[in-house]
Design a protein around this ligand. Sequence first.
Ligand SMILES: Cc1cc2nc3c(=O)[nH]c(=O)nc-3n(C[C@H](O)[C@H](O)[C@H](O)COP(=O)(O)OP(=O)(O)OC[C@H]3O[C@@H](n4cnc5c(N)ncnc54)[C@H](O)[C@@H]3O)c2cc1C
Length: 369
Amino acid sequence: MNQSTDVAIVGGGVIGCSIAYQLSKMGINCTVFEKNRLASGASGATAGMIGPIWYFDQTSEPYFQLGMRSFEIFPTLVKELEEAGIDPKFQQTGAIKVLLDEINDAVLLDNLKWQRELGIGVRWIDRKELTDREPEITGKALGGVFSPKDGSIVGVAFVNALAHAATRLGARFFEDVEVMGLEINKDKVIGIRTQLGIYHADHTIICAGPWSGIVQRWLPYSIPVRPIKGQRILLRKSGFLPKSTVQSIVPQKDGSVLSAATREEGNFDQVVTGEAISQMVAKAKEVFPILHDAEFVSASAGVRPGTPDGMPILGPLPGWSGVSLASGHDRLGIMCSPSTAKLMAGFVATGDCSQIAPFSIERFGLSGN
Ligand SMILES: Cc1cc2nc3c(=O)[nH]c(=O)nc-3n(C[C@H](O)[C@H](O)[C@H](O)COP(=O)(O)OP(=O)(O)OC[C@H]3O[C@@H](n4cnc5c(N)ncnc54)[C@H](O)[C@@H]3O)c2cc1C
C-alpha cells in the first residue's frame, strides 16, 4: 500500500494529538500513527495538573512562557473540545501548596513574591482560611500558597477529546500501527514506514515521548531524550473530596482522589510497584489524615520524556528537511501541550522556526548528518 498525507505524526500521546488538532484547525491534512492505543504512554498515566505555580520558577524562561501561554489557552480549548463532542474532564479547582514546616518557608514565600505579580490571583492563605477551604487538612499545616485558577484534566479523556475533534476536521488516526522507519531521499525525509506500508508525507513530526530516541536508528542523529518513570494512585474515601488540588493530591470529577507521583530515572517499564503505592498512600495521608483507611481504587505507571536541561525539544533536525521533533516535556507535557501544538503547527505551516528557536535541539551542540 502506498499512501500519502501532508503531515505524518509519530505517537498518539498528548503532544501528537494536540499538534494534529492544531494542524487540522489550520486546514492541514495530517495522520497520527500510534503503536499501541492513544494515550497509552505517559499521557494516560498523568496526574494532569495544570497551573503555573507547581514546577516552574521565574528563572526557567522560556519554558515558563510556554507554560503560561498554555495556561491561558486551556479554558477556550476545553470549550472547543466539549463542543466537538468529548468532555476532556477539565476542572478549575485551584491549587494549594501547603506549608508543613518552617524549613519550606523560605522557598515557598520567595516564590510567592513573583507568583503574586503574574496577575492570576496567587496569594498566601493563613491556617484559618486553609482549614475553612479544606477542613480535613493535616493539623501540621501552617498555611499555604493558593492559586485559584489552577486546574486539572484527565489525560485519557483529554487525548481522546483532541483526537475526536481533529478527526471531525479531517485528521486520521491509526492505533496499533508502529512506525518502523523513515523514507529518505538524499537529505529529505519523505515519509514513514509502517506495517500498513509506506506513507509519503511532506513533513514528519516525531512525538514518540520517551521513545523519541528511536530516530537515531533511522538518521545519524543523537536525540537526548531519556525515560523517567512515574506512578500514581487513585483512592476513594466516602464523604471526602478536597476542594482544590493540595500538594499533589488531585480531586477527580468521579469523587476519587489522585495521589502522584514517583520519579524513577532511566526506567522504561510501566509496571506498578508495591513500594510506590505505599509511598503515595503515605504522602496522601500526610496531607489528609482522613485518607488513612481510604479504599484503594487503582494505580498506573507511565514514562515521562526527560531532556538534559528539563526543557522540551521542538523543531527541525538540522541537516535534514521534512522532519521535526516535539518531545521531552518531562513532568509538564499536559500543561504545555496547547502552546507546544500551536507553535509546532505554526512552524509546519510557515517554515518559520523563530518562535520555537529557544527549544531547538541545537542547544545541546549535537551534530546531525
Ligand atoms: C505519573 C505522572 C504524573 C504526571 N503528572 C503531570 C502533571 O500533573 N502535569 C503535566 O503537565 N504533566 C504531567 N506528567 C507528564 C506528562 O504526562 C507527559 O509529559 C506527557 O504525557 C508526554 O506526552 P507525549 O505525547 O510526549 O508522550 P506519550 O504520552 O508517552 O506519547 C508518546 C506515544 O508515542 C507512541 N510511540 C512510541 N514509539 C512509536 C512508534 N515507533 N510508532 C508509533 N507510535 C509510537 C507511544 O506508544 C506513546 O503512546 C506526568 C507524567 C506521569 C507519568
